[in-house]
Design a protein around this ligand. Structure first.
Ligand code: HEC
Ligand code: HEC
Length: 416
């Protein structure tokens, strides 16, 4: 029998809803606006033919933890996306190679496979297009594209060949070259293409690993699927969270609690304005690694995702992606600035200021937020109750083997 996605009526739930309806006279929370999530709901990633290849995932896991894939040999993906901290950075802004610090917070990687767009400004339309950006960014890995190819050839050639086929001869290529510099411009077209393909495949292997970092089977899912009790305070919070007109679930909607869109909540970086999605759109459309580009394994599917992306939309200015909220209470910091460390403080400061003049941002009160707060009948509800509801979305621990790099003997193509 297929598992029903509708919440089963449990006596406790009915009682809680009834009491809520009688005492507060408002509608029962519409949990169907959120919904349960199981591993079966993992969306396909058609532009990556290796997305669900187990061998690629082992290679990707090795690369994720490998700090040699950076200019100073110190910075791995896991340095900023720490498995001990929900695959996010406990610091507001991360330290990249040579101790350089960026200007946006490194978010969690749990459930990133459910995002249509990656990064706060959505400048990657797939999980495989994203890694190269971190590897090459001067404030992150500061590696170059040919350096990455040489590194794969030196350290992972057997594993790479077992997954993607043999590497080309790279011995004649410059040691450090990337788009924008003279060394890259001086390379033959075919060589640039070969190096780009290796970079894309590094991303595809890493995506295969990241697709395993899931947050499903939470207390909330057991409530939705089996009618397990959430407790009174969490039910109160759910009612506030799901309040209409507008409310949290207008943006934090669906089973991963994100509308996959970009909004300006009026959180500004002190001094240096961040154009957010407006710049993200431009970068995405010009990215040779996007879903319609030469390295996509399904440009038709890639085009579908890009169909609604357009330059010059005023609402994209200063807008950032609505983050999913599964596991949110297990994160150390919130928002693209990572300036807030308490969940209740975030809810209170960012959303619950009459007229939207939040003090949570360096400057609160984007236009939309102003309207939003004013329309909440009674502030934004009770932040503590909302936080209690969000804690029902705490992630269960991941299998241990996803938290550490594989042993070299486990790599694809390893001689055993
Ligand atoms: C120096 C710190 C640092 C390193 C190293 C780093 N990241 Fe990140 N990561 C960040 C920051 C900061 C952001 C947010 C940047 C932005 O949105 O512009 C981010 C965002 C992301 C996102 C987007 C998540 C989302 O919900 O949008 C993914 C996926 C990701 N990183 C994966 C990786 C992988 C894979 C690697 C290794 C190849 C890596 N990162 C290396 C700091 C880092
Ligand atoms: C207009 C759309 C919108 C509404 C309504 C909304 N949010 Fe958000 N939420 C966002 C966006 C966008 C961000 C990221 C903002 C940023 O960093 O600039 C965010 C961030 C968050 C975060 C931080 C998560 C993280 O890991 O960084 C939490 C927690 C959160 N929202 C909870 C809520 C709650 C609770 C409500 C209702 C009181 C709510 N949101 C209403 C769009 C919205």
């Amino acid at each position: 029998m297929p598992v029903s996605r509708s919440p089963l009526p449990s006596p406790a739930r009915c009682a809680a809803l009834l009491i809520a309806a009688l005492t507060l006279g408002c509608d029962a929370p519409d949990f169907e606006r959120l919904g349960a999530l199981t591993t079966d709901d993992l969306p396909p990633s058609p532009t990556n033919a290796w997305a669900d290849d187990p061998q690629a995932a082992v290679l990707g896991r090795a690369l994720f933890f490998d700090s040699r894939m950076s200019a100073d040999g110190e910075v791995a993906c896991a340095s900023c996306h720490d498995p001990e901290h929900a695959f996010a950075d406990p610091e507001a802004f991360s330290l990249g190679a040579f101790g350089r610090r960026g200007g946006r917070h490194a978010p969690t990687l749990l459930n990133v496979a459910f995002n249509d767009f990656q990064l706060w400004d959505g400048r990657a339309d797939s999980l495989w297009a994203q890694p190269l950006k971190a590897i090459e960014a001067e404030l992150e890995g500061d590696f170059t594209r040919t350096e990455l190819a040489h590194f794969v050839a030196a350290e992972y050639s057997a594993a790479y060949a077992a997954v993607f086929g043999p590497l080309p001869d790279l011995s004649h290529l410059p040691s450090r070259a990337k788009p924008g510099d003279a060394a890259w411009a001086g390379m033959a077209d075919a060589d640039r293409d070969a190096v780009n393909r290796i970079a894309a495949n590094v991303g595809k292997a890493i995506e295969a690993y990241e697709r395993k970092l899931l947050c499903v089977d939470t207390a909330f899912d057991r409530f939705m699927l089996d009618g397990e009790d959430l407790g009174e305070q969490a039910m109160d919070g759910a009612r506030d969270f799901l309040a209409r007109g507008p409310g949290c679930a207008d943006c934090h909607a669906g089973p991963n609690l994100s509308d996959q869109r970009f909004h300006n909540l009026g959180l500004d970086h002190e001094g240096t304005p961040d154009r957010g999605r407006a710049d993200g759109v431009e970068a995405l459309l010009n990215d040779p690694f996007n879903g319609v580009g030469a390295y996509s394994d399904d440009p038709t599917a890639g085009a579908r995702r890009l169909a609604e992306v357009a330059l010059g939309r005023p609402e994209d200015l200063g807008a950032f992606k609505t983050p999913g909220l599964r596991g949110v209470a297990q994160r150390d910091r919130f928002g693209h600035l990572g300036h807030e460390t308490r969940l209740t403080a975030w809810i209170d400061d960012v959303y619950d200021r009459p007229g939207g003049r939040g003090r949570g941002g360096r400057r609160g009160g984007g236009d939309f937020v102003g309207q939003l707060s004013a329309d909440f009948p009674d502030g934004n509800g009770n932040p503590r109750a909302i936080a209690a509801f969000l804690r029902t979305l705490d992630c269960p621990p991941l299998p241990d083997e996803l938290l550490t790099p594989p042993d070299p003997s486990e790599l694809p193509g390893a001689s055993r």
